[in-house]
Design a binder for this molecule. Structure first.
Ligand SMILES: *Cc1c(COP(=O)(O)O)cnc(C)c1O
Length: 374
């Protein structure tokens, strides 16, 4: 069966969608009806239970809502459902995904404060404490765990502890880290964690999910600012029978189930984290050996995606990208304003030997381009 699945022409070293396994792609190849237990119980409810167990040992106090669309849809559904009309949201941002949450809050008419730290600075517990002290109207705090814009790993533990000390509700966009970095959301005190099908669980794109503290979500029944993206409405239906309120992306959901099986076979999140760290180590050491420098210092860097500075003024990303792509790897342009960068992701169906091959190709790239990189 897997022999019939086409090879990918290149490996995606991007922040998602990612390269997926042949097993995941093969799982897309049949149809499902959405009104019986073969799908609703055996796949949807099973996925919800498994996601809860991946997020915490405290499974009874958490629940999962799946939401159609890309990851941003799930973030928007979460913000739009969780904030009461008289709530006020604090958003800490150091990149495009934090900024996007502030844009969502504006569109949804959610009262909010955005604290913008720029692109290469992480928020500290002290920063957060000062803001929470100065504005008692704040009810909720949101930030991004791994800010995929740069590859910054924000200090989840210390920020979460501070939010909890002040008794605020905590929303974390862990889109690009959940499934790839171990965490227990109950221990951290996270009330809502948002991620999606096509990041570290290594499924294909098509839905997002919110792992929510059950008694918090129960309070949000009157809040929704949208019919389709009402997290509580979706949850009530899904919790009963595994049915999504409106057409669910059946093939994508079935492929996600396969991706969860493969995550278990690999050795769950701990083992995946080790692989990603090893991929990342080979990538960064190799690139430094060639003469590239990372945007961020190592202590701020997540083992997910890395921003590299252009090595010199003559460096042209486009031909570099094309040359590396022709050898089987797709890189990613930079997304920040203050420096010329490009990004290389190391998550997905990507292994240390792939990263070694990439480094060899880039090392030879000066010759490929007819120019010296460094
Ligand atoms: C991928 C990602 C998202 C969601 O992006 P979509 O394009 O909507 O899937 C949100 N936040 C972070 C940090 C991400 O990496």
């Amino acid at each position: 069966m897997l022999d019939l699945i086409p090879e990918n022409p290149y490996i995606l070293l991007t922040p998602g969608p990612l390269s997926t396994s042949k097993g995941v792609r093969a799982a897309l190849l049949r149809d499902w009806c959405t009104w019986d237990a073969d799908y609703n119980e055996s796949i949807v409810q099973n996925i919800r239970r498994r996601l809860t167990a991946l997020a915490t040992k405290d499974v009874d106090n958490y629940t999962v809502v799946l939401m159609q669309g890309s990851g941003s849809f799930a973030v928007e559904a979460c913000l739009g459902t969780v904030l009461p009309k008289d709530g006020k949201l604090l958003i800490l941002t150091n990149g495009a995904y934090g900024d996007r949450m502030a844009e969502m809050a504006s569109v949804l008419n959610i009262e909010h404060t955005k604290i913008d730290l720029g692109e290469v600075t992480a928020p500290t517990a002290q920063d957060l404490e000062k803001i929470l002290e100065s504005d008692p109207k704040l009810t909720h705090v949101a930030f991004v765990h791994c800010e995929t814009t740069t590859g910054m790993l924000n200090p989840l533990e210390e920020l979460s502890a501070t939010v909890k000390r002040y008794g605020k509700t905590l929303i974390v966009d862990a889109m690009s880290s959940f499934g790839g970095i171990p965490m227990d959301i109950s221990k951290l005190g996270i009330d809502y964690l948002v991620s999606s099908s096509n990041k570290c669980i290594q499924g294909v794109p098509g839905f997002g999910f919110v792992i929510a503290k059950r008694d918090e979500l129960e309070k949000c029944a009157e809040n929704a600012r949208s019919l389709c993206m009402d997290l509580v409405g979706q949850w009530r239906e899904m919790d009963k029978s595994g049915k999504w309120r409106y057409t669910s992306p059946t093939h994508v959901v079935r492929a996600f189930y396969q991706a969860l099986d493969e995550l278990e076979t690999e050795g769950s999140i701990e083992a995946r984290y080790s692989r990603y760290c090893e991929n990342h180590r080979i990538l960064v050491n190799g690139m430094r050996g060639i003469g590239f420098e990372t945007l961020l210092p190592d202590n701020m860097q997540a083992p997910i995606i890395t921003s590299f500075l252009y090595p010199n003024k003559e460096f042209d990303f486009k031909p570099f990208y094309e040359a590396v792509k022709s050898k089987g790897f797709v890189l990613y342009p930079g997304k920040i304003s203050q420096a010329d960068t490009f990004r290389i992701g190391n998550i997905g169906e990507v292994y240390p030997q792939d990263m070694e091959r990439l480094i060899e190709i880039i090392a030879k790239n000066g010759e490929l381009l007819g120019q010296t990189i460094v």
